[in-house]
Design a binder for this molecule. Structure first.
Ligand code: PEP
Length: 259
């Protein structure tokens, strides 16, 4: 089963419009000599206010090397939901991917598994691809609760999806203690956890579906770590925070993920 790798940059709450345009432009310049077929799928997820302009910048080059992602969405189509954006609205500005269930959203904004499941359904219903984050806290890891916690997050997030929808979805395994801390999860351990995620997916769908889903690792990924991560059997790419904010480090990660 070949799974095309994905490198997704989560820019979090950084960059004004002009900074976002400059960053994506620099990334594209640095990749201009690369053949698209050799590259992983590349996604950048700027703040909402930069989506339109980053999309225009990506489209101007017309090379199709960079896909646009959003960092969140709401599951309703429209209505009195002040401050929220629907999947249709994000599609309208060019998004193809939407990150959901990031631990920062679960933690700071109290997002529940149920909400994440509703968002996954809304994203897939609009023909977009959810990047569904899961991951354990340090306390859960120390209490040997990693696998049970992640299995319950995955079962909840994928609840009610068809096998086809599950196959289209992307999962990002992001141990919370590794996000933004500089501490990367050991690649062999990350691979073991990701294999557990595949087992959970097989239980709720089937083995073929579990083998087809792309599962990323996220948590302090850097140019120096990506090769070892990509050498693992079940790691299909990375969700990158801090290192995606500098064109050179992001491009080094992208090039390090070439299979
Ligand atoms: C993230 O925000 O998803 C992330 C993995 O951040 P960082 O790479 O900075 O740890």
């Amino acid at each position: 089963m070949t799974r095309r790798p994905i490198i997704a940059g989560n820019w979090k709450m950084h960059n004004l419009v002009s900074d976002s345009i400059a960053l994506v432009q620099e990334i594209m310049n640095k990749l201009s000599d690369e053949n698209i077929n050799d590259l992983p799928t590349i996604v950048v997820a700027p703040v909402y206010t930069s989506l339109y302009s980053v999309n225009e910048t990506i489209n101007k080059c017309g090379c199709g090397k960079i896909k646009l992602g959003a960092q969140n969405c709401y599951f309703e189509e429209k209505g009195a939901f002040t401050g929220e954006e629907s999947t249709q609205m994000l599609k309208d500005v060019g998004c193809e991917y939407i990150i959901i269930g990031h631990s920062e959203r679960r933690g700071y904004f109290n997002e529940s598994d149920e909400m994440i499941n509703k968002k996954a359904k809304a994203i897939l219903n609009n023909g977009l691809i959810p990047i569904i984050c899961c991951g354990e806290s340090l306390e859960q890891r120390e209490n040997n609760e990693t696998d049970t916690h992640i299995a319950s997050q995955i079962k909840a997030a994928l609840n009610g999806l068809t096998n086809e929808e599950i196959e289209k979805s992307v999962i990002a395994y992001e141990p919370i203690w590794a996000i933004g801390t500089g501490k990367t999860c050991d690649a062999i351990e990350a691979n073991r956890t990701i294999k557990e995620i595949r087992k959970t997916i097989a239980q709720i769908s089937n083995e073929n579906t579990a083998q087809a889903v792309r599962i990323l690792y996220g948590g302090s990924v850097k140019p120096e770590t990506i090769k070892e991560q990509m050498a693992q059997s079940d790691i299909d790419g990375a969700l990158v925070g801090g290192a995606s904010l500098k064109a050179q480090s992001f491009v080094d990660i992208v090039l390090g993920a070439k299979k």
